[in-house]
Design a protein around this ligand. Structure first.
Ligand code: ADP
Length: 266
């Protein structure tokens, strides 16, 4: 409806942030947080200032993926206002609900509470100057998405999907959502994760376990850029688990995520 005001109509929050990029997926488990964390580090490695908000309030995985699960953000007073100091790791400033709740507790929040957590991550955190602030959204479409676009001027959205039919169906919905007039966020493009598998002993073979080129076709269908494909690599999974993003190790994962970062920065 036309009476919804978006952040672009109001005085800007985060005036020192040049680009705000939402990372979204239709389905869970397609590698949205893996992509967010590797993309953040890849962008930081090009010498830009990067922040990452984990807005996946009920399933925050960024603290694990950056090996900062035990960290707690500090608070300081700036101009008489309490502000939260983000955790910094691998050159990326981080904020996650995971820093504020005990590790094993389940966060069962109603939409408005989750939305106010996101608002706090945007308004009450000392982000400083950033070239990129990435927002790792929850899967699907939710209150959080609406809160985000009504709170800050989002530069664009990156859609992560696997080539599998069910993932693509959900990614299509996600993509359409960003194009709706009330959301109206430019889609920067599609990342196809888990695109294929190459066994070490058969380096010239590609096995398309989840189907072939589904992400590419989705991008074509919507007329948005294809940002790159990420193969299934054991190191990517292991690196996520130990909290040392795969893009920091030389090899195919580094190449793949760096290319996505280049395309996003374009
Ligand atoms: P989402 O954020 O979409 O729920 P995650 O990023 O948490 O998904 O990824 C789900 C699981 O798949 C994680 O265990 C992650 O390590 C693994 N994973 C993601 N992408 C890849 C990949 N390209 N190769 C291997 N494992 C991957």
């Amino acid at each position: 409806t036309s009476n919804v005001t978006t952040a672009r109509d109001n005085a800007p929050l985060l005036p020192k942030v040049k680009n705000i990029i939402a990372i979204a997926s239709g389905k869970g488990g397609v590698g949205k947080s893996t992509t967010s964390s590797n993309l953040a580090v890849a962008l930081a490695n090009t010498g830009t200032k990067v922040g990452l908000i984990d807005a996946d309030i009920s399933g925050p995985s960024i603290p694990t993926m950056f090996n900062v699960e035990a960290e707690q953000p500090g608070v300081k007073q700036i101009d008489g206002k309490n502000v939260i100091i983000p955790i910094e790791q691998y050159g990326v400033k981080l904020m996650s609900i995971g820093f504020l709740t005990p590790a094993d507790s389940a966060v069962v929040w109603r939409g408005p509470m989750a939305s106010s957590a996101l608002k706090q991550f945007i308004g009450d955190v000392e982000w400083g100057e950033l070239d990129y602030l990435l927002i790792d959204l929850p899967p699907g479409t939710s209150d959080i998405h609406l809160t985000m676009v009504q709170t800050i001027p989002v530069t664009g959205a990156v859609i992560v999907t696997t080539p599998q039919k069910v993932a693509l169906a959900d990614a299509t919905k996600g993509l359409s959502m960003f194009k709706q007039p009330q959301i109206n966020v430019p889609v920067l493009g599609v990342v196809e994760n888990m695109a294929y598998f190459t066994p070490e002993e058969l380096p010239d073979n590609k096995y398309y376990l989840f189907g072939k080129e589904g992400g590419q076709k989705l991008a074509e269908k919507f007329g948005v850029p294809f940002l790159g494909e990420i193969p299934i690599v054991q190191t990517i999974r292991e690196s996520g688990d130990i909290g040392y993003p795969a893009v920091m190790r030389e090899g195919v994962s580094q190449e793949a995520f760096s290319l996505v970062a280049e395309n996003v920065a374009r």
